[in-house]
Design a protein around this ligand. Structure first.
Ligand code: FAD
Ligand code: MLT
Ligand code: ZN
Length: 473
């Protein structure tokens, strides 16, 4: 794994001793400290990052997190905060012998103002559980991702998760109101940042520093954010498109004609469909094979109105010959089938072999050019070159597989790929973050002064550098 090669163990950090374990058991009880069988907490979803780790802690509340961080700070023990461990850049996995601090037991407190749509809850709630709670109140979380059954709201904030509804509801910056965080200082200082109300311009917007902070600044234990009314009518359609240029034309049309009800615009190429079929036996819902598939969703409050809009949009796509074919889901089971194709894409590529995963933003004119350039560059060294993603947000997930890890392929890919992205005005991480995976390239295209500012901020929050070392900052 990259970071093990890159980052030597920092000798300023102490090693976890039996006396430390006893101290942790004193704070948390024996049931809150795991020493054996910690592989689940030291291996990531892809299986590509495996840390040795030493001990996993399961605090049940903010006070216990505070006691742990105060102790670790005084005793120079490094700590990795961990949510649902679904991250895709190795950010939640220890590199050496860091203590893993799992948030999964901090999931009790939940309150919701159903007039203002303001949610306040513990950080360890699993996203899907939270969404189910909101469903019974007529609301939903304003973002959605394939890992919803395991990822946690605190982890979503720490990664600034994107997902499939960003085109409609914006990024988490649009929804975050307040956070409770614990600092890795010798007091385990507990900060209540922002507020529980919708508008508050009385200070710097400090909670937002934690969005995408990847566990570098503090441990999030509680989140206050807005939820959105749960749509009463949802339509999904899958479209067959012959060229990427036409996908962009369809996107333009969707924005102008579906406008306020458009809630998703996702993309899968032919290689993804092949991977889904070969590795998961999942078949396209479209009769006509095509170079590209687009999945369009509308969400609104009036079924007749929304259906009429979707119908008119599909007719226009056909009459302008933007699409070869289109299927409108006639039932929620049909829609589930379409979404299963999109949401299973990460699993399908992971079954293909060793995966070089990418998550980059690009101007749309260069979006699929990247896939073409890399397909040609990799030639026979790659088994599959697969692209799916949030095309409506300019975010592509280019996945390149090989039977097994290949140094020759890796050398062809890097740093070429990330330099190409930056040279074309893109970002090397649209939504997954830097973690361990992209650390070698994290300075590409960044102003050195900005990097310095970020390091100074890290130093204020974490003067001993014990929180999630060897990663983003
Ligand atoms: P973890 O993986 O446990 O941690 C991620 C980072 O956050 C680590 O740096 C960790 O230290 C830190 N962290 C976690 N919890 C806290 C906390 N309470 N306080 C401080 N730091 C914390 N991501 C997207 O953006 N969009 C997608 O569409 C998407 N789809 C996915 C689909 C699949 C099948 C999978 C496996 C992953 C997908 N992801 C996606 C990536 C991942 O699910 C997200 O990054 C998610 O937000 C991570 O949440 P988590 O709770 O699993 O965090
Ligand atoms: C997705 O959009 O499916 C996720 O970000 C996961 C991935 O990139 O594989
Ligand atoms: Zn994604």
């Amino acid at each position: 794994c990259y970071a093990a090669v890159l980052a030597e163990r920092n000798k300023n950090f102490a090693k976890v001793m039996e006396s430390d374990v006893l101290a942790f058991e004193n704070f948390l009880g024996k049931e809150g400290v795991l020493k054996d069988d910690i592989t689940l907490n030291t291996t990531d979803w892809t299986g590509q990052f495996k840390g040795p780790g030493s001990v996993v802690l399961f605090p049940k509340n903010t006070e216990q997190v505070s006691a742990i961080l105060a102790y670790c700070s005084k005793n120079k023990l490094a700590v990795v905060p961990q949510g649902g461990n679904t991250g895709l850049v190795g950010a939640s996995i220890p590199v050496h012998d860091e203590v893993v601090l799992s948030l999964s037991k901090i999931n009790n407190s939940f309150s919701f103002d159903d007039t203002m749509g303001i949610l306040k809850c513990d950080a360890g709630f699993i996203l899907e559980d939270l969404d189910n709670k909101l469903a019974s109140l007529g609301y939903m979380v304003p973002f959605d991702l394939g890992a919803k059954g395991s990822c946690q709201i605190g982890g979503n904030i720490a990664t600034c998760a994107g997902g499939i509804r960003l085109i409609r509801y914006g990024s988490l910056h649009a929804h975050l109101l307040g956070l409770t965080v614990v600092l890795p200082d010798e007091h385990g200082t507990v900060l209540h940042l922002g507020s529980d109300i919708r508008k508050d311009n009385t200070s710097l917007h400090t909670p937002h520093l934690f969005l995408g902070s990847e566990g570098q600044l503090g441990v999030i234990t509680s989140v206050t954010m807005t939820a959105v009314p749960r749509p009463k009518s949802v339509q999904s359609a899958m479209l067959a498109v012959t060229s990427f240029e036409k996908c962009c034309e369809v996107l333009k049309l969707a924005k102008s004609s579906l406008s306020e009800v458009l809630s998703s615009f996702e993309f899968l190429d032919e290689a993804t469909m092949k991977c889904l079929k070969t590795n998961l036996d999942l078949h396209s819902v479209l009769g006509t094979p095509s170079a590209f598939c687009v999945l369009v969703e509308t969400s609104g409050s009036n079924e007749d109105h929304d259906m009429a809009k979707m119908g008119a949009f599909l007719d226009e796509c056909l009459s302008k010959e933007l699409i070869l074919d289109g299927v409108l889901a006639g039932s929620s089971a049909d829609a589930t089938k379409m979404w299963q194709l999109r949401e299973s894409a990460p699993l399908a590529v992971s079954r293909d072999g060793y995966v070089y995963k990418h998550d980059v933003s690009l101007p749309l004119k260069n979006y699929y050019e990247l896939t073409n350039v890399m397909r040609e560059r990799c030639g026979d060294l790659a088994k599959s070159v697969v692209t799916y993603g949030h095309v409506g947000d300019g975010n592509t997930h280019l996945n390149i597989t090989s039977e097994k890890h290949s140094e020759a392929l890796e050398n062809l890919l890097y740093p070429f790929l990330y330099e190409w992205v930056v040279a074309h005005g893109g970002s090397i991480s649209a939504e997954h973050g830097i973690g361990q995976l992209k650390l070698p390239y994290s300075e590409l295209g960044k102003q050195p002064e900005e990097r310095l500012l970020v390091k100074k901020l890290k130093n204020i929050f974490d003067p001993n550098g014990i929180l999630n070392p060897y990663k983003m900052i």
